[in-house]
Design a protein around this ligand. Structure first.
Ligand SMILES: [Zn+2]
Length: 489
């Protein structure tokens, strides 16, 4: 089938527009480079809405699906580079680096393999051995880094062979096992993680592709899917291409992690570790563990290069949609900084959906996974990224004290109202009264935006006291010098 027809057919089946599909197609194609022709055949619809697809099985309506592998293979140059690097000695066995005190988190797995796939690998008995060996590596990937609070142990308790459509296998209940894996070496569509209540990994990996269904890249891919099974999100879904950022043209690249780009990667990022630790030995049934992982507060703090607070700064949040690779050109939120140059974001701009059931309609029941934050003052701008994982990491780490994104606006130093405390354009008796109030009665000491000192600190020594009163009396009444300019002469 022609690749474009394939896409159109998938789009129709899954009720997507061709535009949406084409957008994903380009996104995956960018990562996949010269393999795009091959990818088109096996790539499935992987946009945000795709996580909540009405599948071919009418009983599985609302299944939460994250179609991942095998769309995101390394491109040929990347593959070449990886193959050139001698493999480092790898520790084997579960918990090789894990402390003996760690609890074992055990998960049972039932694995089905299509008969054509097992035949290709020498029969069912040989295929069983390949599956068991792959799980030794999967367990090692989770435990060798020693990143988790427990030892994860995925055990294949049951292996069977099936004929017919592998997609049917995906939706079979498995009440005696935590997870099902469907091995499909001759796939008709891409695979991925089918979330609760299905809890199945469709290991869709052609036998002829990059070492085949049990090759090292295939195993990298299935480790990523088990990362989802334990609660981790797709970090690549937060990324932004420079060309799809109409606001300031900056890209956002997520951390190196198995949950970003799994091929040749053995690192777990902090957010994935935190979520997987949250779930510990429990199989989650909805996204409450994600929607509940926000810090006590989310704040944006804007300062000038000299460290002054910048009240009245416009702060805009431009959302990035899941898997879109871009930010919208229209802010979802516009606010102004308070007297401390801060914005307190409430309600939560990430938009956690309540209740966070699998059919909530957004990935992990979060509206937006990332924001480009713009601060604008006096014609100057500063930008920063506020991705979901960095915000939640504050909560996932112990001692949640709120999240703050600090932006520095490089406005020129400017202090036009030193000594003119009431801001009426002249320094006179009323300002003297004001400075007395500041120095002795606790009146507020106003600080101009972009000025590193307060208006009443007329001698520019960092405090407002009796010497500022004396100084300002001289300025107002006896021809004394003007207040010292904190920005220099
Ligand atoms: Zn994924």
């Amino acid at each position: 089938m022609d690749a474009e027809q394939d896409w159109a057919a998938l789009a129709t089946m899954l009720s997507f527009t061709n535009a949406q599909v084409a957008a994903d197609h380009r996104s995956w194609g960018r990562r996949a480079g010269s393999l795009i022709g091959l990818l088109l055949v096996f790539t499935t619809v992987a946009d945000a809405q795709g996580l909540h697809v009405a599948t071919a099985d009418p009983t599985s309506k609302g299944v939460w699906r994250i179609p991942d592998s095998p769309q995101r293979l390394p491109d040929s140059s990347e593959l070449h580079r990886i193959l050139q690097i001698p493999a480092a000695p790898r520790l084997t066995g579960e918990g090789a680096n894990a402390s003996v005190e760690k609890p074992v988190w055990h998960f049972s797995v039932i694995a089905g393999i299509s008969q054509v796939t097992s035949n290709y690998y020498g029969g069912f008995s040989a295929a069983k051995t390949l599956i068991q060996n792959q799980f030794v590596t999967i367990n090692s990937r989770f435990n060798t880094p020693g990143a988790f609070d427990g030892v994860l142990q995925f055990t294949v308790d049951s292996i069977y062979e099936f004929t017919g459509d592998p997609l049917v296998q995906i939706f079979q209940a498995h009440p005696l096992h935590d997870y099902r894996v469907v091995y499909d070496g001759f796939p008709s569509q891409g695979g991925g993680w089918y979330g609760p209540p299905t809890n199945t990994i469709h290991h869709s990996w052609p036998v002829t592709w990059f070492g085949g269904t049990f090759g090292s890249y295939a195993t990298d891919g299935i480790v990523h899917e088990f990362g989802h099974a334990r609660g981790a999100i797709d970090l690549y879904a937060l990324q932004v291409d420079a060309g799809k950022n109409p606001v300031n043209g900056a890209p956002y690249n997520a951390e190196t992690s198995i949950m970003n780009y799994p091929y040749g990667v053995t690192i777990w990022d902090q957010h994935s570790v935190g979520l997987i630790n949250l779930n510990a030995d429990q199989v989650y049934s909805n996204s409450a563990y994600v929607t509940g992982a926000f810090p006590t507060s989310i704040n944006i703090l804007v300062r000038s290069g000299s460290g002054a607070h910048l009240p009245g700064t416009s702060v805009k949040l431009y959302p990035a949609d899941w898997y879109s690779g871009g930010v919208t050109g229209t802010p979802s939120l516009v606010m102004s900084t308070d007297e401390n140059g801060a914005v307190h974001l409430a309600p939560n701009p990430f938009g956690p959906i309540d209740p966070p059931e699998p059919w909530c309609g957004r990935p992990w029941c979060i509206m937006y996974p990332n924001f480009l934050v713009a601060a604008e003052y006096g014609g100057y701008s500063a930008y920063g990224w506020m991705p979901l994982n960095q915000v939640q990491n504050v909560h996932l780490a112990k001692g949640d004290s709120g999240y703050t994104l600090s932006l520095v606006l490089l406005v020129p130093c400017g202090c036009p109202q030193q000594g003119d405390i009431n801001g009426d354009g002249v320094i006179d008796v009323f300002d003297v009264i004001e400075v007395i109030g500041v120095a002795f009665s606790g009146s507020p000491d106003i600080q101009n935006p972009a000025c590193p000192k307060t208006r009443a600190d007329v001698d520019n020594n960092g405090v407002t006291d009796v010497f500022d009163v004396i100084y300002l009396i001289a300025t107002a009444f006896s021809g004394g010098p003007n207040p010292v300019d904190p920005c220099g002469p």
